[in-house]
Design a protein around this ligand. Structure first.
Ligand SMILES: Cc1cc2nc3c(=O)[nH]c(=O)nc-3n(C[C@H](O)[C@H](O)[C@H](O)COP(=O)(O)OP(=O)(O)OC[C@H]3O[C@@H](n4cnc5c(N)ncnc54)[C@H](O)[C@@H]3O)c2cc1C
Length: 417
């Protein structure tokens, strides 16, 4: 009998969580997937879009139902601090959870059962007590959804050049500007929005606000269709939107650090996501290679195909191992992955996780298509969808070039060993 090696983060509570998650997928998610499949609305991974280009409302509602049920089952928020009612899992633990969720769910509804960008996140944990009751607790219960709005049409990487402004008016703030490329722009109930409060103050020039999507002056803009083709990315407009002081997250001037906490969370989530989906694609490629024949024999007997499978395995294995190592190191730093101020060793490790996974997963998805031949190019196949998704990953949450900048900055700060 073999025993599992003592990997960082593979704790008893992770084992309990994944065991309960597996049962949840079978008992709660599978029937919802069957219902959805009976309707002509696309799939969770390839939803049809409505006339405005947004995700079909039936697919969105199925995801929402999974979120509510997952929250009720205590599975939605393992990453949130225990003091706030979450699981209090560290990043190495979360990598195991995320890998399990992505491998078992594939492109199905189960992905919605773990809070993604529409749920609670490390930045919103810094909200006031009043905002906790109004926004954070409903988010954790799956009753509402969030979006994170940092990017603007003219400003992506160069965050400090943003133009959305917030000015004080009595104890309130009044916000004006336009945000673009925002995931969940069409549906979010609350927007974690970053705006300039102190022009010229560098990394202290920004603040984060929780903006009520029903507030006067807040409007949703057009859908921005991307190669993900999921009808989830869009624009948001603010015209004199009033936000009470209690909906400032953290302190005024913390916006840059809070935005980085959110972004670093997405960067680190690449580890489990790419290991899970990478393993799923590898399993599918193995199955295809063993059943598809050429010249009367399975293509798995061809060395050219065996090498593609081996290279997929090498990429998944090395990216997973590096991510686990880096996240265990980050967990051990004072303040962990999202501390404010952030430990100076954290950015390099975080960016290593992102760039290693973005690039390894792109190669994995490319080979997965190749092993499947023409079938891998069929619109809507898992290989085709994940190839597009893999290409996308190299840009949001900081491009792969920006990760290299952060890694080099960390190395140069540290100097030779
Ligand atoms: C599907 C999708 C979802 C998104 N979701 C969100 C969201 O929910 N919230 C949000 O706020 N934003 C979101 N974004 C925006 C995303 O974060 C930005 O697209 C990303 O940060 C890159 O900015 P940009 O597109 O303006 O590229 P640019 O900044 O214009 O970069 C263009 C190129 O120049 C390079 N470059 C720019 N500056 C530097 C530099 N200083 N050093 C080296 N290279 C540099 C880049 O690496 C890149 O290759 C999303 C984007 C997409 C595509």
């Amino acid at each position: 009998m073999t025993t599992a090696p003592a990997l960082p983060g593979r704790t008893d509570r992770v084992a309990d969580h994944t065991r309960r998650f597996a049962a949840f997928l079978d008992d709660e998610v599978a029937p919802l997937e069957t219902d959805l499949a009976a309707r002509d609305v696309g799939t969770p991974g390839n939803p049809r879009l409505d006339e405005a280009g947004r995700m079909h409302p039936a697919v969105w509602e199925a995801r929402r139902e999974v979120q509510r049920r997952s929250a009720a089952a205590g599975l939605y928020n393992p990453h949130v601090a225990a003091a706030l009612g979450g699981g209090g899992f560290g990043r190495a633990e979360m990598q195991h959870v995320e890998e399990f969720v992505y491998r078992r769910s594939g492109l199905g509804l189960g992905l919605a059962a773990l809070a993604w960008t529409e749920g609670a996140n490390p930045a919103i944990e810094h909200c006031s007590d009043a905002a906790r009751a109004r926004w954070l607790e409903p988010l954790m219960a799956g009753e509402i959804t969030a979006a994170f709005a940092n990017t603007e049409t003219a400003v992506g990487t160069d965050v400090l050049a943003m133009e959305t402004r917030a000015r004080r008016d009595g104890s309130d703030w009044v916000l004006d500007g336009t945000k673009a490329w925002i995931t969940n722009a069409h549906f979010a109930d609350v927007v974690q929005l970053v705006a300039v409060t102190d022009p010229g103050a560098g990394t202290r020039s920004l603040s984060m606000f929780l903006v009520d999507a029903t507030a006067p002056g807040f409007t949703r803009g057009r859908d921005i269709p991307t190669m993900l083709d999921d009808g989830l990315t869009g624009e948001l407009h603010l015209d004199g939107v009033r936000v009470p002081a209690e909906d400032v997250v953290g302190e005024v001037g913390d916006g840059f650090a809070l935005a980085m906490a959110w972004i670093n969370w997405r960067r680190l989530c690449r580890g489990g996501m790419c290991a899970g989906w990478g393993e799923w694609l590898l399993e599918r490629a193995l199955d295809r290679a063993q059943h598809r024949t050429s010249g009367g024999a399975p293509i798995a007997e061809l060395q050219s195909v065996q090498h593609m499978l081996a290279e997929m395995d090498a990429d998944v294995y090395t990216a997973r191992a590096a991510s686990l190592q880096a996240q265990a190191e980050i967990d051990a730093l004072p303040g962990g992955a999202f501390g404010i101020p952030l430990h100076p060793d954290a950015p390099r490790l975080t960016s290593l996780v992102k760039v290693i996974n973005d690039e390894a997963f792109f190669r994995v998805a490319d080979r997965a298509v190749q092993v499947h031949g023409g079938t891998g190019l069929r619109i809507g196949s898992p290989e085709e969808k994940l190839f597009r998704l893999a290409r996308n990953l190299k840009i949001p949450a900081g491009t792969v070039e920006i990760q290299r900048n952060a890694i080099a900055r960390g190395l140069l700060r540290r100097g030779p060993r």
